[in-house]
Design a protein. Structure first.
Length: 276
């Protein structure tokens, strides 16, 4: 918790455009105190947490690094509680592209960001990757564990909020399918920089995002916490990486039982030596 709190104080301070001295003035403290919090040398007094949370406009739980539960975070929590698998158990096409681009001929650490019910995570584990995965849904995490157990593979899966969680160790592959629209625009650069910094040399990112098109009506789910990307926005985060694929497709979907369409951008990018 100490490291999470330190990182979050630094992150939320910068998001508010405050210097350490300006934050300290708001709290009636010295900037050295704030500096020590952000380097995890000391922790703020418990009585200061409400004031900090108020300045940053976040809950104390979020400040401490816990997934906030004061309101529903995903509309799929109830769907995932049903006996079947909402998204099925067949891996997405992008899994096969990762397998072709970076096969597990040696131990490769892979992170599935927003694993849902685990179909892609379990596929990656079955073909030989060392898989870690996270999701915000308790039911999704439980289903991932069940699917992995049935397949006889190990997936290290845990609960985390996409907006709060930051990587603190490196991976060879970062993968995310149909999830990154939950990252609000103002957080995207900071989160993607964290993902890039925690990718090993020659590692890859395989991501797709839903993009907004004026000629495509909103999806029937109307997810309250989603924020679509614009065409090409995803690609701008990888100007310093080798791009193996950047593409846009429009496809039909029936996930909600109502026929609709999506537009999606996909990127397969590789970090070469010396790049971040």
């Amino acid at each position: 918790m100490k490291n999470e709190l330190s990182k979050n104080i630094c992150r939320y301070r910068k998001e508010k455009g405050l210097t350490q001295e300006e934050l300290a003035q708001k709290l009636g403290l010295t900037f050295q105190a704030v500096s020590k919090w952000e380097t995890a040398q000391t922790l703020p007094d418990l009585t200061i947490l409400p004031q900090l949370a108020g300045i940053f406009e976040v809950s104390i739980d979020r400040l401490l690094g816990f997934a906030a539960q004061e309101k529903p975070v995903t509309i799929y929590e109830e769907e995932y509680k049903s006996p079947g698998y909402y998204w099925g158990i067949q891996p997405s096409k992008m899994c096969l592209e990762v397998l072709e681009l970076m096969p597990p001929v040696k131990r490769l650490k892979l992170l599935d960001i927003g694993c849902g019910e685990g179909k892609d995570s379990v596929f990656f584990a079955k073909v030989g990757y060392d898989v870690t995965a996270f999701d915000i849904s308790d039911a999704g995490i439980e289903k991932t564990k069940i699917l992995a157990h049935k397949a006889g593979v190990k997936v290290k899966v845990f609960k985390a909020d996409l907006l709060d969680y930051r990587l603190d160790c490196k991976f060879d592959i970062l993968f995310s399918s149909g999830v990154l629209h939950y990252i609000k625009p103002q957080y995207r650069t900071e989160i993607f920089n964290n993902y890039k910094e925690h990718t090993n040399p020659n590692g890859i990112h395989a991501f797709n995002v839903f993009v907004k098109k004026t000629f495509i009506p909103p999806a029937p789910e109307r997810e309250p916490t989603a924020a679509k990307w614009i065409t090409g926005e995803l690609f701008t985060h990888y100007a310093d990486w080798l791009i193996h694929e950047c593409s846009e497709v429009i496809f039909d979907c029936n996930s909600s039982g109502i026929s609709h369409r999506h537009a999606m951008n996909k990127i397969l990018a590789q970090r070469l030596e010396g790049e971040i």
